[in-house]
Structures are given as structure tokens and as C-alpha cells.
Design a protein around this ligand. Structure first.
Ligand SMILES: NC(=O)c1ccc[n+]([C@@H]2O[C@H](COP(=O)([O-])OP(=O)(O)OC[C@H]3O[C@@H](n4cnc5c(N)ncnc54)[C@H](O)[C@@H]3O)[C@@H](O)[C@H]2O)c1
Length: 328
């Protein structure tokens, strides 16, 4: 099969590309390298058999002509290209909205034109500032005012969901929405605020581990391998079309406890340093206290029940980052 992965040189996209190549498929990637990197797919280019089945286009999804060619060529599209993460959005406010809304509109319009199956990567951010757990797909959505710009990421991804569902309702487009909760693993970068690579990097460099707020906010973390497994199945199943699914882990952990486990996993004696949100992100910032997914819906669809423990994930990330930084 021919698979198009937008954002395929990014963290999740590169793992998805690898899994499809292992499967014997042909993989087409489009990525503008804004947060991704050719390093993420360099090892695939070097593997002889993969080399002939991997096609990497350095371009933006806003280039409709190249997107027309790529969507026309492939049978399945995984749309992962996006301005990702609250920190990146706060630093690139205008471009982020354009990529996340107009970019997705181009993907959906072309998938509809050529009648291609498509998975849209959304985010747990769309739930907004709930404090209850678990969050389920039918929950209400609660945002702060538009003056708090962090909500633009959630709102832009929510608009992607609405567009996807509108296409399904009006034209029968075979589209599935995956609401990803924190996904982690090797190749994720800490440069745009992602918490695990950021804290592991600090621990390995013997710098203080910087925790925003009091550290009592909780998250769950899913191994990227488990997410890739789910994505590959979700695009194959008819009952998934026109539906939104949480994709996330079960183990709820506070950021403070996470930092302590990272110290144990790295053997680092770094101190913990608490940074008030307004100092880290400006006065308009607000965080979500808890973010835990209900995964019954996706479990019923494909038996998704991620088993990789947080400690196993941390070991994998620490080993990867040690190798990259040569222990520094
Ligand atoms: N990693 C997570 O925890 C997480 C959580 C929720 C949602 N998601 C979603 O999953 C998807 C992948 O995220 P990721 O964690 O791999 O991040 P990432 O930043 O590594 O991947 C995004 C990729 O998209 C590319 N890109 C951005 N704008 C583009 C454009 N206009 N044209 C072409 N390429 C473009 C980037 O260069 C990057 O390679 C995103 O849609 C993100 O919103 C991720």
C-alpha cells in the first residue's frame, strides 16, 4: 500500500513511517522541517530495502499542487503535520493557526476529492480546562478567553475535528480523528516544551529540572509504539470513520513525581526548580490540572490497551538521549 504521512519527519510521523516500511508498504512523507528533522528519518534512508520505498518531500502542506500529487498517489493519509504544543504556538501564533486550520482543510479537501482514507491527529488539549478524570469523547469542552492565546492550539485542532466530521456527514469521507494524549519516546525533542525530553535532557546535563507551577498537575504518557500500532489499525476499520477516539495511557502521574522518577532513571543529582507559570509563559497562561483519557471507545474498536509502563518508557528515552548526547 502507498501511505502518505504529513509531518512524517516529526517525532510520531517518523515512527509511523518506520512501522509501515517494516510492513512492506511504500511511504511518502511531506514535512517542512519546522519542528521535525531529516535526522528522524535518516536511519530509514540508509536501510537498503527501505530506501526504495521511502519518498521524502521537504515542503509545506500549504502547497496545494504537491499535496494534490501526493494525495492522488497514496491510498491512505495520516495527517500529523501541525504546529505542535502550547509553547510553540505561543511563540508562533499566526503561522500556527494557518497551518492547523488551512493546512488540514487542504488535506481533507484533497482526500475527499480523491476518495482516500484519512486519519487526523488531534489532541487532548481540545478538552480544555477540565479537572475531572477520565476525559471521554462526549465530554463538554471548556476554554478560557481568546486573550489567553494558549487556547488557540486547542481551538484550531477542534476546528479540524469539526471539518473532518462535516466531511464525513456530507460526503461520506472515510476520516477518523485521534485525540492524542501525551505521546512519548525516542526522537521527541524538548526544544518546544515537551516535558519528558526536556526534563531528561536537564537531568543528563546535571542542570536543575524545571517544573512549571507546583508540579501537582497530572498527565498520562503513552509510548509512541503503542500509538503507531493504534493509528495503523484505526484507518483500516470502517466503524472508525466519522468518529473521534481518545488515544492515551492509563498511568496518571504528577509532573513532580515524573521529575523524581527521571532523577532515579538517570541517576542524576540535579535539583528540582519550581517556576511560576507567568514567569515561564507570560501572565496570560493557564494550565490544565489533570489530563487522563478514558480509552474504552478505542479499546472496543481495536483492543487498544497500552501496556508499556512509564518506567519502561523513561528507560528507553534516557538510553536514546544518552546515546545522542554521548552522556553529556
Ligand atoms: N506528541 C504528543 O504528545 C502529541 C499530543 C497531542 C497531539 N499530537 C499531534 O500529533 C501530531 C504529530 O506531533 P509530534 O509530537 O510528532 O510533533 P512534531 O513537531 O515532531 O511533528 C509535527 C511535524 O509536522 C511538521 N510540520 C509542521 N508544519 C508543517 C507544514 N506546514 N507542512 C509540512 N510539515 C509541517 C513539522 O516539521 C514536524 O515534523 C501533531 O498533529 C500533534 O498536534 C501530538
Amino acid at each position: 500500500m502507498r501511505i502518505l504521512i504529513t509531518g512524517g519527519a516529526g517525532f510520531i510521523g517518523s515512527h509511523l513511517a518506520e512501522a509501515y516500511l517494516e510492513n512492506g508498504d511504500e511511504v511518502y512523507i511531506i514535512d517542512d522541517l519546522s519542528t521535525g528533522s531529516l535526522d528522524n528519518v535518516a536511519h530509514l534512508k540508509q536501510k537498503g530495502a527501505y530506501h526504495r520505498r521511502l519518498f521524502v518531500h521537504i515542503d509545506t502542506i500549504m502547497n496545494r499542487d504537491i499535496m494534490m500529487e501526493l494525495v492522488g498517489t497514496c491510498e491512505v493519509v495520516h495527517h500529523l503535520a501541525a504546529a505542535v504544543g502550547v509553547e510553540y504556538i505561543l511563540n508562533n501564533p499566526m503561522e500556527s493557526i494557518t497551518t492547523n486550520i488551512q493546512g488540514t482543510e487542504i488535506v481533507l479537501e484533497l482526500c475527499n476529492k480523491f476518495k482516500k482514507r484519512v486519519l487526523i491527529a488531534s489532541t487532548s488539549e481540545v478538552y480544555g480546562k477540565h479537572t475531572h478524570a477520565p476525559l471521554i469523547e462526549t465530554d463538554n469542552i471548556i476554554y478560557g478567553p481568546s486573550s489567553k492565546f494558549r487556547w488557540s492550539y486547542a481551538a484550531s485542532k477542534l476546528m479540524d475535528e469539526f471539518m473532518s466530521l462535516a466531511y464525513f456527514r456530507t460526503t461520506g469521507l472515510q476520516v477518523t480523528v485521534a485525540r492524542l494524549f501525551n505521546t512519548v519516546g525516542p526522537r521527541q525533542t524538548g526544544s518546544y516544551g515537551m516535558v519528558i525530553p526536556r526534563l531528561v535532557g536537564q537531568a543528563l546535563r546535571s542542570e536543575p529540572l524545571t517544573i512549571y507551577g507546583d508540579g501537582n498537575q497530572t498527565r498520562t504518557f503513552t509510548d509512541v509504539k503503542d500509538v503507531v500500532w493504534a493509528f495503523m489499525r484505526m484507518v483500516e476499520i470502517e466503524e472508525a470513520f466519522g468518529q473521534v477516539f481518545n488515544v492515551g495511557g492509563r498511568e496518571e502521574v504528577s509532573i513532580l513525581a515524573l521529575a523524581q522518577r527521571i532523577l532515579a532513571a538517570t541517576g542524576s543529582s540535579s535539583e528540582l526548580q519550581f517556576i511560576p507559570y507567568d514567569q515561564a509563559f507570560g501572565k496570560d497562561f493557564e494550565d490544565m490540572q489533570r489530563r487522563v483519557p478514558g480509552i474504552e471507545k478505542i479499546n472496543a474498536l481495536i483492543g487498544f490497551d497500552p501496556k508499556t509502563s512509564l518506567d519502561a518508557i523513561l528507560t528507553r528515552v534516557v538510553n536514546y538521549m544518552r546515546k545522542r548526547t554521548d552522556g553529556v
